[in-house]
Design a protein around this ligand. Structure first.
Ligand SMILES: *Cc1c(COP(=O)(O)O)cnc(C)c1O
Length: 878
C-alpha cells in the first residue's frame, strides 16, 4: 500500500542521554571523530545501517534500547562528557576573540552550495566543499560568521552507469525533517518566511532552515511550501536545476531572500547585524541589490549612488573560475522582466541592468553577467590562488580601462581545506603517539619524529582500506550495470595493497581532461602491467547532466577499465561524493591533476591528498603553481602556447607517462624493485583480508619516498589548511571591509553621501583633466645611477581641485617599444596654482638602475573612501 502522506517522527530521548540530540544536530560531529565514535559505540550495526548519520541513527534505535542505554552509567557519563566538550567548543574564546577592535562583529557568507557532510547532499563539487570547509574553519577559529544558502529538495544527482557506461542520473528527494536541520519559527510557532515579488502578481515564498556547523549558523531557504504556486514551489528543487528563468529565480532567492532571512534571524536571536557580506561566486550577487533596496527605502532613504557606495564598502566578492562557461550570464531582458515586476521597488531597473552589463571590448550588450555585477557591487574582490589572481586581473581588466592588469583591484586568497574533516584519523594518530595533543594537523613538523617504517606501514593500511572500498564499489557498480553475481568473482581481487596507487577524482568538465591518461592507451597499459614497477589507478567523477562531452569521456574511460587485461589495475568508481573522497585521498600514493593550464582556479583535492601524505603529480596550475617546491611532488610540464590543442595533449600526456615511468614508479619501489609473485610476502606488515593475488610486499622502506611524504606533510600541511585561508580572509578582506563599512555608515551615512556626490562630480568633469606639458631636470649629460630626476607636470584640472587627484610619476626600465617593464611610482605634489584650473605638480626620483630608463605621468582620482587607485576606472595618462 502506498501512503498518502508521510512525516518523520522525532525521537524523544530519556533525560540522562537527552544530549545525544544536540550532539546529532550540531554538524560538528562531521569533523569530530570522538563524537562519531560515541554514536558508533552505542550500536555499531545500526551505525553502519544509518551510513554514519547521527540523526538517522537516532531514528533507528528503539525506545527500549534507549531506556537500556539510559540505565548504563558508562554511557550516561560518556554522553555527558561529549555534550560538555561541545558546549565548551561553542562558547570558549578562540583565535578570533584575540584580534583587535577593528574585527567585524558579524560576517554573512553567501554560497549557492555547501558540502559539509554526505548526509546533507547540497553540493556538486569544489565550490560547495570549499564553502563547507570555510564555515568549519570559521567555527574552529571563532569567526562570527553566518552562512546563507538554499535547501534543495534533491541536491545534486546520484551517478550510476548503464551497461554501456553512459552516465545515469537520479535525484533522490531529501526529507528535511529527517536531517540535522531546524525550521526557523516565530514565537507563536508559525514558520518564518521571506517573500519576493514575481511578474504577473505572483509571489515566491520560502521558509528558512537552520543548520549548525559548530559555532556557525547556516540558513537555508526552501521554497517547497504550500503557500507557493507550483512554479514557485519548485524553485529550490535541484542544485543548479533547469536553466534560464529557473536558475535566475534560484539566484534571486539566494541573494535577495538571503538578506531578508538574515534580518529575520537577527530579530529572532537578538544577534548582531552582519558588518561584512561575502559573495562566494557570482550566483549570490543579488544580495547587493537587496541591501541597496534596504538603504533606498529606509526612514531617511539614500539615493542609488549613496546606497551603492555604502553597500560596496562592506561587500567582498570572490570569483572562482576563469572558464567562460563557469560564469553565470543571463539575458538582460530576463533581468529587466523580473525587476520591472517590483522585486526591489525602490531600485531603478536601469541601474540594476548597468551593474551586469559587459561594457567593455568584446562584451555582449544583450547579456547580464553575474561576475561583472559581483565586481561592481563589491569594493574588495579576490581570486582563489595567486595564479588565478593574475588570470582574473587580466580577464576582467576591461572593467578598469587605462590601467595595467597588474593594477586591477582583484587580489587573491588561496583556498584551503578543513584539516579535521579531511585528515585521516590514522595519520593524526601516527603523530599523536609521539606528542599527545600535538598531532599532525596542529603541529605538522612532529611528522619528522615518526619512524619511516611506521609511516610506510600506515600508508599501506590506508591503501588496503581503499582497496576494500574499491572492490565493494566496483562490484556494486557492475550489479547496477546488469551483471550477475557469478560473473563478478574477479572483482574480489582487483588492485593490490602493495602497488603504487594513483588517484584522480573530480567533476568532469572538459578542461580537467579526465581522459588525458588515455592519450596513448598502449603505453598506459604497459605502465599498469609493468612487471617490475606496476601502477594501479582509481578514478571517479560526475559529469554535468547536460554535458554529453563529459559523459563521453567517462564512457571512454570506463570502456578502457572494462578490458579484462587491465581491469585488475584500473577502476572507475561511480557516484563520487564526500564519503568516497574521505577514503580515496588517504588511500592513494599519488594524486593526479592534469587540467588545461590556467583554467583550474585553485583545485582543492590535491590539498586533501597532501595532508594525508599522498604526493601530488600535477600540472602547474591553481594552488600547485605556487606551492610546488621541487621536492613535495612532481610538476607535469605545460606545452608551449604555439601547439594546437591536439599536440598540446600529446605533449603533456607524454610528459605524464615519462614522469611515471622514470621517476615516480622507481622511487616508490625503492632500489629493490618489485617482483610479481616470485617474492614472498615481506616484512611490511599484515596483508589485507581481501588480498588475493600473490604479489608479495615491498621488502624495504623506500626512504626517498617517505622523506617526500614527511616534507609534504610538514610544509604543505599548514599552507593548505582552511584555517590559514580563513585567517587570510579575516585580515586582508573582512577587517578592511568592516572598517570601510563602518566609516561609510557613520553620522547617518555622511561619508557615503559625500563620496557619492564627489564621485559624481569627478566623473562628470573628468574629461576636462589634461596633462599639458612635462619638463624634467637634474640629470647630467650622461645620466648615471644615483642621479636625481626632477619632474614638473603642468596640468589642467578643470573644475577639480588638486586635492581631488593623485598625480604620479611612473618610471623604470623600458623595452624596445618604450613600454615600462618595471614600474616604480612616486607622488608629485602641487607646487603652484597657475590659475584657470591649471597647476604645476613636482617631484623627484633617484635613478637606481643602469640601462634604458623611461618615465611618464598620470592623474587619478583621490579620496579616502576609495580602496584602490583603479577603483573608479578613471585615469589620465600623459
Ligand atoms: C575536494 C572535492 C572536490 C573538488 O576537487 P577539485 O580538485 O577542486 O576539483 C569535488 N568533489 C569532492 C567530493 C571533493 O571532496
Amino acid at each position: 500500500m502506498k501512503a498518502i502522506r508521510r512525516f518523520t517522527v522525532r525521537t524523544v530521548l530519556p533525560e540522562p542521554i537527552a544530549a545525544l540530540d544536540t550532539l546529532a544536530t550540531n554538524l560538528r560531529w562531521s569533523w569530530h571523530e570522538p563524537t562519531r565514535e560515541l554514536f558508533q559505540s552505542l550500536d555499531p550495526e545500526l551505525w553502519e545501517e544509518s551510513r554514519h548519520d547521527p540523526a538517522g541513527f537516532l531514528g533507528l534505535v528503539t525506545r527500549e534500547q534507549f531506556q537500556q542505554l539510559a540505565l548504563d552509567p558508562d554511557v550516561v557519563e560518556r554522553v555527558r562528557a561529549a555534550a560538555e566538550d561541545l558546549r565548551r567548543y561553542l562558547e570558549e574564546p578562540r583565535w578570533y576573540q584575540g584580534l583587535g577592535e577593528d574585527r567585524p562583529r558579524c560576517i554573512a557568507y553567501f554560497s549557492p552550495e555547501y558540502g559539509i557532510t554526505e548526509v546533507l547532499p547540497q553540493y556538486s563539487g569544489g565550490l560547495g566543499i570549499l564553502a563547507g570547509d570555510h564555515l568549519k574553519s570559521a567555527s574552529d577559529l571563532g569567526v562570527p560568521l553566518i552562512g546563507v544558502g538554499l535547501l534543495y529538495q534533491a541536491g545534486y544527482f546520484k551517478q550510476a552507469l548503464s551497461r554501456d557506461a553512459w552516465q545515469q542520473e537520479t535525484y533522490p528527494v531529501i526529507d528535511p525533517d529527517a536531517l540535522p536541520l531546524t525550521l526557523l519559527k516565530e514565537e507563536d510557532g508559525t514558520p518564518c518566511t521571506v517573500t519576493l515579488s514575481l511578474p504577473n502578481g505572483r509571489k515566491l515564498h520560502a521558509q528558512i532552515w537552520r543548520a549548525d556547523v559548530g559555532r556557525v549558523p547556516l540558513l537555508l531557504l526552501d521554497s517547497n511550501i504550500p503557500s507557493n504556486d507550483d512554479g514557485a514551489r519548485s524553485i529550490t528543487d535541484r542544485l543548479y536545476g533547469g536553466g534560464g528563468d529557473h536558475r535566475l529565480q534560484q539566484e534571486l532567492l539566494l541573494g535577495m531572500g538571503g538578506v531578508k532571512a538574515l534580518r529575520i534571524f537577527q530579530r529572532l536571536t537578538g544577534g548582531r547585524a552582519p558588518e561584512v557580506f561575502h559573495t562566494n561566486e557570482g550566483h549570490a550577487g543579488f544580495l547587493g541589490i537587496e541591501r541597496i533596496q534596504e538603504l533606498m527605502s529606509g526612514p531617511q532613504p539614500l539615493t542609488w549612488e549613496e546606497a551603492l557606495v555604502a553597500g560596496r564598502a562592506s561587500t567582498v566578492f570572490t570569483t572562482h573560475t576563469p572558464v567562460a562557461a563557469g560564469i553565470d550570464r543571463f539575458d538582460a531582458a530576463q533581468i529587466k522582466y523580473f525587476f520591472d515586476a517590483g522585486l526591489a521597488p525602490d531600485v531603478p531597473t536601469a541601474k540594476v541592468l548597468e551593474l551586469g552589463r559587459e561594457s567593455y571590448d568584446g562584451g555582449d550588450p544583450s547579456v547580464f553577467n553575474m561576475a561583472v555585477m559581483g565586481l561592481r557591487l563589491a569594493q574588495r574582490a579576490n581570486g582563489v590562488a595567486k595564479l588565478h589572481g593574475v588570470v582574473s586581473r587580466e580577464m576582467f581588466s576591461g572593467l578598469w580601462p587605462g590601467f595595467d592588469s597588474s593594477e586591477v583591484p582583484i587580489t587573491s586568497v588561496t583556498n584551503g581545506v578543513h584539516v579535521p574533516t579531511w585528515v585521516d584519523p590514522q595519520i593524526t594518530a601516527m603523530a599523536e603517539g609521539l606528542a599527545p595533543n600535538a598531532g599532525v594537523g596542529r603541529r605538522w613538523d612532529v611528522v619528522f619524529n615518526v619512524p619511516d617504517e611506521q609511516i610506510w606501514q600506515t600508508r599501506r593500511e590506508l591503501r588496503s582500506r581503499l582497496i576494500d572500498d574499491v572492490r565493494r564499489r566496483v562490484r556494486s557498480a557492475w550489479r547496477k550495470r546488469g551483471a550477475g553475481e557469478a560473473e563478478l568473482t574477479w572483482t574480489d581481487s582487483i588492485l593490490s595493497p602493495d602497488i603504487l596507487t594513483i588517484g584522480f577524482a573530480r567533476r568532469v568538465p572538459t578542461y580537467k581532461r579526465l581522459t588525458l591518461m588515455l592519450r596513448d592507451p598502449d603505453r598506459l597499459k604497459r605502465l599498469l602491467l609493468d612487471p617490475e614497477h606496476p601502477v594501479q589507478i582509481v578514478i571517479a567523477g560526475k559529469s554535468h547532466p547536460a554535458d554529453d562531452a563529459g559523459k563521453k569521456m567517462i564512457q571512454d574511460l570506463v570502456h578502457f577499465t572494462d578490458d579484462p587485461e587491465v581491469r585488475h589495475r584500473i577502476a572507475f568508481l561511480p557516484n563520487y561524493d564526500i564519503a568516497m573522497a574521505r577514503t580515496l585521498f588517504p588511500g592513494c600514493d599519488v594524486w593526479l591533476n592534469n587540467p588545461l593550464r590556467p583554467l583550474e582556479a585553485c583545485g582543492t583535492s590535491g590539498m586533501k591528498a597532501a595532508i594525508n601524505g599522498s604526493l601530488n603529480l600535477s600540472v602547474l596550475d591553481g594552488w600547485w603553481d605556487e606551492m610546488y617546491d621541487g621536492s613535495n611532488g612532481w610538476a607535469i610540464p605545460t606545452a608551449s602556447g604555439t601547439s594546437t590543442p591536439h599536440e598540446r595533449d600529446d605533449i603533456e600526456a607524454a610528459a605524464l607517462y615519462e614522469l611515471l615511468e622514470t621517476q615516480i614508479a622507481p622511487r616508490f619501489y625503492g632500489a629493490s624493485g618489485k617482483g610479481t609473485g616470485a617474492e614472498s610476502a615481506g616484512a611490511a606488515g599484515p596483508s589485507s583480508a581481501g588480498e588475493a593475488e600473490g604479489t608479495g610486499s615491498i621488502d624495504a622502506v623506500p626512504t626517498h619516498w617517505v622523506s617526500m611524504i614527511k616534507h609534504t606533510l610538514s610544509h604543505l600541511g599548514p599552507a593548505v589548511s582552511a584555517d590559514r585561508m580563513v585567517g587570510d580572509y579575516v585580515r586582508e578582506l573582512y577587517t578592511p571591509a568592516a572598517v570601510a563599512g563602518r566609516t561609510a555608515r557613520a553620522d547617518d551615512y555622511r561619508l557615503a553621501r559625500e563620496l557619492a556626490a564627489w564621485t559624481k562630480h569627478v566623473r562628470s568633469n573628468w574629461s576636462q583633466v589634461h596633462v599639458e606639458h612635462i619638463d624634467s631636470g637634474g640629470l647630467s649629460e650622461m645620466p648615471q645611477i644615483g642621479d636625481k630626476l626632477q619632474v614638473n607636470a603642468y596640468l589642467n584640472l578643470g573644475v577639480l581641485n588638486p586635492a581631488d587627484v593623485l598625480v604620479e610619476l611612473a618610471y623604470g626600465k623600458v623595452d624596445d617599444s618604450d613600454q615600462l617593464t618595471t614600474v616604480g611610482l612616486a607622488d608629485l605634489e602641487p607646487e603652484e596654482n597657475l590659475g584657470n584650473g591649471r597647476y604645476k605638480f613636482s617631484g623627484a626620483v633617484t635613478i637606481e638602475n643602469s640601462g634604458a630608463f623611461g618615465y611618464t605621468v598620470r592623474v587619478i582620482p583621490r579620496h579616502t573612501g576609495l580602496a584602490s587607485k583603479a577603483e573608479l576606472g578613471l585615469v589620465v595618462n600623459a
